[in-house]
Design a protein around this ligand. Structure first.
Ligand code: HEM
Length: 366
């Protein structure tokens, strides 16, 4: 591993910040591997995505398994996307999301809670209900512990990736319980349409992809609203402003800093950087300023949900969750956040969440 790759692996955000002003919007990580974020390159990449291969993330494939939809390709991938699409249609879940969010907010203590940990708990509950059809707090808590042991800190992620390569990071007992829940789900959502040998990887992938990023996006939106005087009151009266606020938060604090790897027929690997594309000074005026009133960006410059044939199938569901949680939180509670250092987000894999030290105090209105 060369020095650039080492910095990319060990200190991802400082590394990305250090190359932010590279005008070409691409940096060589090693022979035949490039980090890319120039909007023209991104637009072309997503246009041609169907003809590219999508090599797995080494960190995540050891957790999600080889059969995860995140790295299947070709006809198999298309078939899986078709299977998942109806299940992830956001508007099916409006009532369920509202119910779970109202309950979570009613249970919020007046004492400080970690903002990112709380949003993770809420979005995992929603995803769990969608995948299993029932609540199973014990199983979800075991899943969270398993994930935290592997992704809870950069050191753990890298230790698992580089010091124990090739070793399985599955937990057979947890997998058995997840499979049992998925197989007995009512309606049987996934189990009815997937071969049994693929079920474990898709269940874990959906639980993971469905809650981590949505939780971070929600936490970052709350963070930016709280930091912007008067915004909390205004977003409650103006749905368009709320949507623009969520989009601006996804721009400046994208939960996924990188989209999936793309590989050309001759073996060149391109890793799209969402974080850098969203902070490019040639695209965005004052890119580090949070401004929900920005004009729409050009093609290839804004892609928090990735793009091409791998664009996130959970986008509408995620936006519905973020809107519902943020609105209910602001309507029922007065929010105060501890002073965080926004320059030190927490990385879980390549996903970026607010630091665990960012605590929220949510007192009742009235
Ligand atoms: C704010 C929330 C979310 C963000 C920012 C996000 C972001 C992303 C990104 C960047 C990708 C990779 C796309 C690419 O490589 O071009 C992706 C893929 C994926 N996401 Fe999301 N996601 C979110 C929520 C969700 C939810 C709620 C679900 C499901 C419940 C979900 C399921 C998936 C799946 C299954 C894939 C793999 C798609 C494929 O490879 O074909 N995501 N997401």
């Amino acid at each position: 591993m060369n020095r650039t790759e080492l910095r990319f692996a060990l200190r991802l955000i400082p590394f990305l910040d250090s190359v932010e002003n590279v005008e070409d919007g691409l940096v060589k990580l090693r022979d035949r591997r490039w980090l890319v974020w120039h909007p023209d390159v991104m637009a072309a990449l997503f246009r041609n995505d169907r003809h590219l291969r999508h090599p797995p993330s080494r960190t995540l494939s050891a957790l999600l398994g080889n059969r995860s939809v995140l790295w299947l390709d070709g006809a198999e991938h298309t078939a899986y996307r078709r299977t998942l699409a109806p299940m992830l249609r956001g508007n099916r879940y409006q009532a369920l999301i509202e119910e779970l969010v109202e309950r979570a907010i009613a249970e919020l203590p007046g004492d400080p809670v970690g903002l990112a940990a709380w949003t993770r708990e809420v979005t995992l509950k929603i995803t769990g209900r969608i995948v299993f059809g029932v609540d199973d707090d014990e199983l979800l808590a075991a899943f969270t512990r398993w994930l935290d042991r592997r992704l809870g800190s950069r050191v753990r992620t890298l230790a698992h990736r580089y010091l124990t390569p090739g070793t399985t990071r599955f937990d057979p007992e947890l997998d058995r319980k997840l499979l049992h829940r998925a197989s007995t789900a009512e309606p049987p959502a996934l189990a009815a349409c997937l071969p049994p040998e693929d079920l474990r990887d898709q269940v874990v992938s959906l639980l993971f992809a469905g809650h981590e990023t949505t939780a971070s996006a929600t936490a970052w939106t709350v963070f930016w609203i709280e930091r912007t005087p008067g915004l909390a009151e205004r977003v409650l009266d103006d749905g368009d402003l709320l949507d623009a606020t969520i989009m601006e938060s996804l721009r400046l604090s994208p939960p996924a800093t990188l989209a999936g790897n793309r590989m050309s027929a001759d073996g060149m690997v391109l890793t799209p950087s969402i974080y850098l594309a969203h902070r490019r000074a040639a695209t965005y005026e004052h890119p580090h300023v949070f401004d929900p009133a920005r004009t729409p960006p050009p093609p290839g410059a804004f892609f928090p949900f990735g793009g091409g044939v791998r664009h996130c199938p959970g986008k509408d569901l995620a936006l519905l969750e973020i809107r519902t949680i943020v609105t209910a939180l602001l309507r029922h509670r007065r929010i105060r956040l501890s002073i965080p250092d926004p320059r030190s987000p927490q990385l879980r894999g390549a996903a970026m969440a607010p630091p665990p030290s960012l605590a929220m105090v949510a007192t009742c209105r009235r």
